[in-house]
Design a protein around this ligand. Structure first.
Ligand code: HEM
Length: 459
């Protein structure tokens, strides 16, 4: 592949993979502490390997052709696996992210109108408004201190998603309460469970998830309260909750049950803010460390938008912003692993997957794979220039998954991230923090350990 490094040669921090596979017990312990330290260097150099473990094979895939086979060509054979359901199920129940079959199809159809392009375009002013509020919060902080941009981005994206789903701020989904719930949940439920790894059945008691499960129940109660308040008000809003309440299955005429409504409110609030916040967090870290990229962003936003609030037509023209966000998600994909389980024997190319086997799509590894990317460790938004992007395999960049289960919020996320990044860069200059080590860790999502303290000064 041609050398594309024209706008930055910054090599960001990340974990150094082990040179050789770890011994079994150390590997399992490390899997719980941080899976990124388990995958040896060879995985970034060769396309596939399978590991037999308690009667099944775990297929670790990072080759675009395998991704296409699992997520598109044989999507009907690869079901969501118990691992994903274990991690997010206690909070998200059987909502759109976790449901299967007809139940999934019905919910996807019901939610789709909220994600049509015209509906999303109308949201852009809310995205830039939320970023502007972030700028004001940061400006009000004592000068010379670091700002945890991870917290700030979570705050900004939470405000937006609650507004989009519930049609306005909701006291039970305020930032401080939600930040505590999300971090308690991720801390207790976000690690692989040793008993699951040894194939222990579900009835074996797992006393360590108590706090996370309590937080999940609080979240579900808040969603139920929001739904009850909407019903009592008799309102017919066109927000996502309004659409879900009005949805009817064309064949049976049935609507979503109370539990389905609740699970989807939690699903959309959970899936719709943490991931975008992380894409923005890592974008700001990279931009802070690549002043030439930051300058180019500033020039673009000033050329396209001047000092006006950002709207949808402007977002279409903030092309370099989208390149930066894509490159940030290549290096730090918010969803770093996507897992599936085969329901039938199937050949995915040069690997035979048996019924009951797991396919682990290692998005993080594929995004840094030596066979696919030139200087994969470097931050270089030019990889995603309109011209260079054409040369990429359709399945070598998969931050949003692929196939029928591709993220329903993908366009929402791009528009939100572009509008927010542009607003932020225009209002503030981000500067690196040499005293902080950036260490990503997979805890459901790929998060920087200890947040992301950066310096920010007003322009
Ligand atoms: C940068 C931001 C985002 C990233 C990286 C991301 C990533 C993903 C990925 C990888 C999947 C597929 C999971 C799988 O196949 O098992 C997914 C599904 C999903 N995402 Fe996102 N997402 C983002 C933003 C959003 C937003 C903004 C929303 C809602 C407003 C959202 C809602 C969902 C839902 C409901 C699903 C399940 C879709 C289905 O199965 O039909 N996501 N997301």
């Amino acid at each position: 592949m041609a050398d594309t490094l024209t706008s930055s040669d910054f090599v960001p921090q990340t974990v150094i993979p082990p040179e050789k596979p770890l011994p079994l017990m150390r590997g399992l312990m490390q899997m719980i502490a941080n899976p990124l330290y388990v995958w040896p260097q060879a995985m970034y150099e060769n396309p596939y390997h399978g590991v037999k473990w308690i009667g099944r094979t775990f297929h670790y895939i990072r080759k675009p052709e395998h991704m296409k086979a699992v997520f598109l060509d044989h999507a009907d054979i690869f079901a969501k696996s118990q691992f994903q359901k274990k991690l997010v199920g206690p909070a998200l129940g059987d909502g759109l992210l976790t449901a299967e079959g007809e139940h999934w199809k019905f919910q996807r159809r019901a939610a789709s109108p909220a994600f049509r392009i015209d509906a999303l375009r109308a949201l852009v002013p809310a995205f830039s408004h939320s970023a502007q509020e972030t700028i004001e919060r940061i400006k009000a902080m004592p000068a010379g201190q670091t700002v945890d941009v991870m917290q700030e981005m979570q705050h900004a994206t939470l405000d937006v998603i609650v507004e989009t789903i519930l049609g306005g701020a909701d006291p039970e989904f305020g930032y401080d309460r939600m930040a505590r719930i999300v971090s308690d949940y991720i801390e207790t439920m976000g690690k692989p469970d040793m008993l699951d790894m040894f194939g222990a059945p579900n009835w074996v008691p797992r006393p360590w998830g108590g706090k996370g499960r309590r937080r999940a129940a609080e979240l579900q109660q808040s969603a139920a309260n929001a739904i009850n308040r909407r019903r009592a008000s008799g309102g017919q809003q066109k927000d996502l909750l309004g659409l879900l309440l009005a949805a009817r299955d064309p064949e049976t005429g049935r609507g979503l049950s109370d539990v389905e409504l609740r699970d989807n409110v939690v699903t959309f609030i959970g899936a719709g803010h943490e991931t975008t916040a992380l894409a923005l967090t890592f974008s700001l870290y990279l931009v802070a460390n690549a002043p030439d990229v930051q300058e180019r962003l500033l020039r673009e936003v000033l050329d396209v938008c001047g000092d006006r609030p950002i709207d949808a037509a402007m977002v279409d023209n903030l092309v370099y912003h989208e390149q930066v966000i894509k490159e940030a998600m290549r290096l730090y994909p918010p969803v770093a692993i996507i897992d599936r389980m085969a329901t039938q024997d199937i050949d995915i190319g040069d690997a035979m997957v048996k019924k009951g086997d797991f396919a682990f799509a290692l998005i993080y590894v594929m995004h840094r794979h030596k066979l696919l990317w030139d200087h994969p460790e470097r931050f270089d938004p030019e990889r995603f220039s309109p011209e260079n992007a054409k040369k990429l395999h359709r399945f070598q960049f998969m931050p949003f998954g692929a196939g029928p289960r591709i993220c329903i919020g993908m366009k929402f996320a791009y528009m939100e991230a572009v509008a927010m990044l542009a607003t932020l860069v225009r209002g503030l200059r981000f500067l690196p923090n040499a005293a902080h080590t950036v260490e990503p860790n997979i805890r459901i999502t790929l998060r920087p350990e200890g947040g992301m303290p950066l310096y920010a000064e007003k322009r």
